[in-house]
Design a protein around this ligand. Structure first.
Ligand code: ADP
Ligand code: MG
Length: 261
């Protein structure tokens, strides 16, 4: 016997009305941090965003959380983004409306021209509505371990720590480890960038020992990276055959591998 129309309508009610509460999948928020500036956080974020977008398509988003001195946009040649994270904070418009697409990569960028003092925002709450739309959200952080950095760290499910192979950087990198420990944010791995193999660099074995954490990427010092930054195109697209580009590709694969765990 065929079920009556009204019985069917009851059956076909949305799951929620049946009392079934299915949580939507939430993006993993992965932040890129380092205590020192200039070690390659933004370069790493931009290349990872592009590498992961190429592998995963539209479900990758990158967000500039360096609200005081944003420059993630510059790495994509986006000098004056028409909508910025600052607009979302100031006008309290939906953060989704600040998503732009540059070179095929989805991102929320900062306003370089922004000169007012940036108030401390709850970044976790700000980006929370984006989590059901993406698989991964890559957050580019400011250097140091000040309030802005802590707010960014608290928004992350896990973080990547970038360092270079020099003693002062390694020493300050330990502070980022401490902050991650304090705020109970797991560390996905360490990226050692700008490795030239000079005798005055700390050897990789010493860096591994000092940090005691898995190194998921070793990126060489490569002039092509600086050229790519100046051109506003991440090196994995600008010079895909360069040594640095190949290592950034490998890093994207390593992140994908770790996300499966
Ligand atoms: N592996 C590398 N080889 C050469 N130059 C690099 C490398 N990584 C980063 N750079 C350059 O260093 C500068 C600072 O990098 P950036 O990513 O902005 O650092 P941070 O975000 O940590 O302050 C940029 O001009 C960039 O092109
Ligand atoms: Mg930066």
């Amino acid at each position: 016997m065929e079920p009556k129309k009204h019985q069917l309508a009851t059956l076909l009610k949305p799951a929620k009305e049946h009392g079934i509460d299915i949580k939507p999948r939430q993006a993993r928020v992965i932040g890129v941090f380092s205590c020192k500036g200039g070690v390659g956080k933004t370069t790493t974020t931009a290349n990872l965003a592009m590498g992961l977008t190429e592998k995963w398509g539209a479900r990758v988003l990158t967000v500039d959380a360096n609200l005081g001195a944003p420059n993630l946009g510059l790495h994509f040649g986006e000098l004056t983004p028409k909508i910025t994270v600052h607009d979302a904070i100031a006008n309290e418009m939906p953060i989704e409306d600040a998503i732009l697409e540059v070179q095929g990569v989805k991102g929320i960028f900062g306003s370089i021209a922004y000169e007012d003092e940036v108030r401390l925002v709850d970044l976790r709450e700000l980006i929370s509505p984006l989590r059901k739309k993406f698989k991964i959200i890559l957050v580019d952080s400011a250097p140091g371990i000040g309030g802005e950095v802590v707010a960014a760290m608290k928004a992350c499910n896990e973080i990547i720590i970038v360092t270079d192979p020099y003693v002062p950087t390694i020493a300050s990198t330990l502070k980022t480890f401490r902050a991650a420990e304090r705020y109970k944010v797991p560390i996905l791995g360490v990226v050692v960038n700008r490795v030239a193999g000079d005798p005055f660099e700390l050897p990789m074995s010493e860096i591994r020992k000092a940090l005691g954490w898995p190194v998921i990427g070793v990126i060489p010092e490569d002039k092509k990276v600086r050229e790519a930054t100046a051109a506003g195109i991440p090196v994995i697209r600008y010079y895909p055959r360069s040594k640095a580009a190949k290592e950034f590709e490998r890093l994207a694969d390593a992140v994908i591998e770790r996300m499966k765990k």
